[in-house]
Design a protein around this ligand. Sequence first.
Ligand code: HEM
Ligand SMILES: [Ca+2]
Ligand SMILES: [Ca+2]
Length: 310
Amino acid sequence: QLSPFFYATTCPQLPFLVLNVVAQALETDDRAAAKLIRLHFHDCFVNGCDGSILLVDVPGVIDSELNGPPNEGIQGMDIVDNIKATVESACPGVVSCADILAISSQISVFLSGGPIWVVPMGRKDSRIANRTGTSNLPGPSETLVGLKRKFRDQGLDSTDLVALSGAHTFGKSRCMFFSDRLDNFNQTGRPDPTLDPIYREQLRTVCATQQTQQPRANFDPVTPTRFDKAYYNNLVSLRGLLQSDQELFSTPRADTTAIVRNFAANERAFFKQFVKSMIKMGNLKPPPGIASEVRLDCKRVNPVRAYDVM
Ligand code: HEM
Ligand SMILES: [Ca+2]
Ligand SMILES: [Ca+2]
């Protein structure tokens, strides 16, 4: 049972510590906030919110979730390490890495102009990873049916799906995750018909002009670093970046279309639902009966001490 007061006596300054480090990270990396909330999402969808995504590979011991295809190239671990180091020096051994991901997400949203909310705390960190479980994560070319099923499997409904996808109001995606929409979409020889042609050509330019191996485009071409409702207005004007984004609005007769329209018209409604859905996602529990701890280094399980084994 999580509680907003979980660290009230053991680490009362926690929110300020996290705020400081995230604000500092944002000064040099305008995607820092986006990276942190995505890590929390990818944590919670695999074995619940237990910090499992942060464990690095240890052959024969930890089969890292980072080796699961949906986590390939995921970023922000360095920021988590910085937050953890600051928190450990102020409140040694008390704050779990899973809770650090949860509160960092809230502070990231707040620092980007989004809502404030009180995050229920008290998660524990796993001593295992579940690489095969990363197949629970949705993919960029997923249709609405698949997206809904993956969210339903986590106890999240269509409203949660639409609200949480609103996190694509900031951050970037590598071009490889949407380039199929630009030309020969689904082997039709045509671009995705639910992609605005002007936006499509802008994306083509963005992806072609970057001199890096992994060109990226902003999820939200209007306010790329602000947490606002622009994502939904983009969907209504056929400017969703991923197929999975546009599906929410453009799938014929879908219940999600009206939800997108509502959030596009009413930022307060979006913020209110986003908070509810984030708390719901943040409540996803690990499978019962497995060992947990407060990890000292988010990347590794704690060393087993002799008296633990006896
Ligand atoms: C609904 C299904 C979703 C799909 C298919 C999806 C897929 C993706 C993909 C393909 C990327 C680009 C990754 C890369 O280039 O490395 C991405 C980035 C991102 N996702 Fe999602 N995502 C979904 C839902 C969510 C949710 C629920 C959240 C958070 C609540 C979220 C937050 C983000 C953020 C903030 C980024 C940008 C990260 C950055 O700039 O590094 N996504 N997502
Ligand atoms: Ca997890
Ligand atoms: Ca935005």
